[in-house]
Write a protein that binds this ligand. Structure first.
Ligand code: ADP
Ligand code: MG
Length: 580
């Protein structure tokens, strides 16, 4: 053992009783899990700069270099033992710790299945030390030269577990997985710099930045398209980096949740993000939004998943409500109503200034800064057109109100309003009107001639019982329990009368949706069901009424987010026939 001026040992081996309290499970199964654990350790050590290098996708070697607090020789000596950690001592610490790691298992697991080398230097020590472990056996611990911080090199992963090794993917697939993990960490720790090398070549470098700048850099997003909104609740803080609603994607990949700097796959919270944007997203399009929660230790438990990908919250609903509230505040500015149009900051490059708003949808890939790596699947953004209403200050006489000019293709209603032609999707517009009427509870409730009766299992009965009060009081769905497992619907809002029994039943019994989502779903079903369809011929009076009503809407989008109309200005038409 070498001497140092700092013989302090921070790491201890957890007592058996404490170790038993820790969620067990495989920590290391592929190169990316090595990357994840090593990055966590560097970040826990307070690193301001991290360098990650892979050889052959990490199959040959994974190396992580940091400038954190380092380890003394004493610490190096035991850091690869099971349950060796400097982060917790007692069981209570499990609930208090803010570090990413606390199980004391990662280095032990890595050491057991690789050729591991760690070089580390602590502040004020005379020299660095190097530890070498092969397949779990310590080979050497000796003094050496080194810079402050720690370099961990993991060579020949699973060299002693040939079967495991055979199940690894190609170097390219492993590299991609490592890159994803690295991005996850880089987003959570924007104040740290990250460099990523593969086979000796620098793939990307994120200099220390603030949260929004880091996100923009990581996904080639433009700062002008992203907004920071934040708020506070009982025991938690929430920061959202939210994209303007015109920025949509074909997948949910940029809907992300972080809690206490850990990315978690919490479906309900991701859903809360998604639903908040629902009014703006056509089917198959998903918004871009990142939620960062800081939750007090007692209100969240990460000790349920070995890789801490899940968390258990004391009050998940409070978090979901907070997300929806914050986002609806932000998104209100985009809803297209005459009041809100002024409030919405105009999007750079949107077509609204040119007066073609939405007629030639500016869909397609978002141009922008060079992505930090090639093969930009992360860059599949779609720009959605934003519907707008005629503005008071537009040229021409003040509009008297929309004038209905006829039906087209048995689908579109043509309206003249101000100096513009509106081509309105009759189904979508009607849908939105019905949806809004249900939502604002302006609809009248009707007694059913024949109650809808249905039988349930015990679990379904319990679920319905929980929802009964909400359904009756908020949605006007008069649900009563007849027997242990028999329920009846006695009344419905008039817009829901024509919903089929099994559709209604299925919606009411869908388990994973919260009350708000349940309401959304029912309104949605009813609106779609009751609205005039494509192919229906409308008499003039009905059509004109629909057109007038459409222009009173707050949201010029159908409940699924599609725009209700396209519009084209008189000037535009004149240009098209070369009159001007
Ligand atoms: P855990 O992170 O759960 O404590 P690990 O097995 O990952 O367990 O690491 C064991 C200990 O080694 C850590 O508690 C820490 O004290 C020390 N350690 C590991 N990596 C580093 C590093 N990069 N810098 C400083 N200390 C480290
Ligand atoms: Mg760790």
């Amino acid at each position: 053992m070498t001497e140092t001026t700092q013989p302090s040992r921070r790491i201890t081996i957890l007592r058996e009783e404490v170790a038993r309290k820790i969620a067990a499970g495989e920590v290391i199964d592929r190169p990316f899990s090595v990357v994840r654990e090593l990055l966590d350790n560097s970040l826990d050590a307070g690193a301001g700069n991290l360098e990650i290098s892979l050889k052959a996708g990490g199959l040959a070697s994974v190396q992580v270099l940091d400038d954190g607090q380092g380890m003394s020789a004493e610490d190096l000596q035991i850091c690869t033992h099971r349950h060796a950690t400097s982060k917790i001592r007692e069981e209570e610490d499990l609930y208090r710790t803010r570090t990413l790691g606390f199980r004391g298992e990662a280095l032990a697991a890595v050491a057991a299945c690789s050729r591991l080398e760690i070089v580390s230097l602590t502040e004020g020590a005379l020299h660095a030390n190097r530890l070498r472990v092969e397949g779990g056996r310590t080979e050497a611990l000796e003094a050496c030269r080194g810079a402050k911080g720690t370099r961990v090199e993991v060579n020949d992963l699973f060299f002693n577990l040939p079967v495991r090794r055979r199940f690894l993917k190609s170097a390219a697939a492993e590299t991609a997985a490592c890159r994803r993990i690295l991005l996850d960490k880089a987003l959570a720790f924007p104040e740290a710099g990250f460099r990523f090398f593969t086979d000796g070549r620098l793939k990307f470098f994120f200099p220390p930045a603030d949260l929004k700048a880091r996100i923009c850099a990581a996904f080639s997003l433009e700062a002008a398209h992203m907004e920071i909104v934040s708020g506070e609740g009982e025991g938690f803080q929430l920061t959202l980096i939210a994209a303007r609603p015109e920025l949509a994607r074909r997948d949910r990949r940029l809907l992300r949740i972080y809690v206490n700097r850990r990315r978690i796959e919490e479906y309900r919270l991701i859903q809360a993000l998604e639903y908040s944007y629902a009014d703006f997203m056509p089917g198959g399009r998903f918004p871009v939004c990142f939620a960062f929660l800081e939750v007090e230790g007692e209100l969240v438990d990460f000790n349920i998943h070995p890789a801490k990908k899940e968390a258990r919250f004391r009050d998940p609903d409070a978090l979901r409500r907070a997300i929806r509230e914050l986002l609806s505040g932000y998104l209100a500015a985009f809803s297209g109503g005459p009041r809100s149009a002024a409030a919405a900051p105009d999007s750079a490059g949107s077509s609204s200034g040119a007066g073609t708003g939405g007629f030639f949808p500016a869909q397609g890939f978002r141009p922008g800064s060079q992505p930090p790596w090639p093969g930009g699947e992360e860059n599949a953004y779609v720009r959605l057109p934003r519907p707008r209403k005629p503005q008071e200050n537009e040229a021409g006489p003040p509009p008297a109100g929309p004038l209905y000019r006829g039906q087209l293709f048995r689908l579109f209603l043509l309206a003249e309003y101000g100096q513009r032609l509106f081509i309105i999707d009759q189904h979508a517009a009607h849908e939105r009107l019905i949806y809004d009427r249900l939502k604002s509870r302006r609809s009248s409730v009707q007694e059913l001639l024949f109650p809808m009766r249905f039988e349930t299992t015990a679990e379904q009965a319990a679920l319905l019982e929980q929802r009964r009060e909400f359904l009756t009081e908020h949605l006007g769905i008069g649900l009563v329990r007849r027997e242990e497992s028999v329920f009846e619907i006695l009344s419905l809002p008039e817009e829901m009368i024509s919903l089929e029994e099994d559709v209604l039943r299925e919606a009411l019994l869908t388990e994973e949706s919260g009350l708000e989502e349940l309401a959304h779903r029912l309104y949605d079903l009813a609106a779609c069901r009751m609205a005039v369809k494509e192919g229906e011929e409308l008499d003039d009076e009905t059509a004109a009424g629909l057109v007038r009503a459409a222009f009173t809407l707050e949201q010029a989008r159908c409940p699924h987010g599609r725009p209700l109309w396209v519009e084209i200005s008189r000037e535009e038409l004149l240009k098209r026939v070369a009159r001007i």
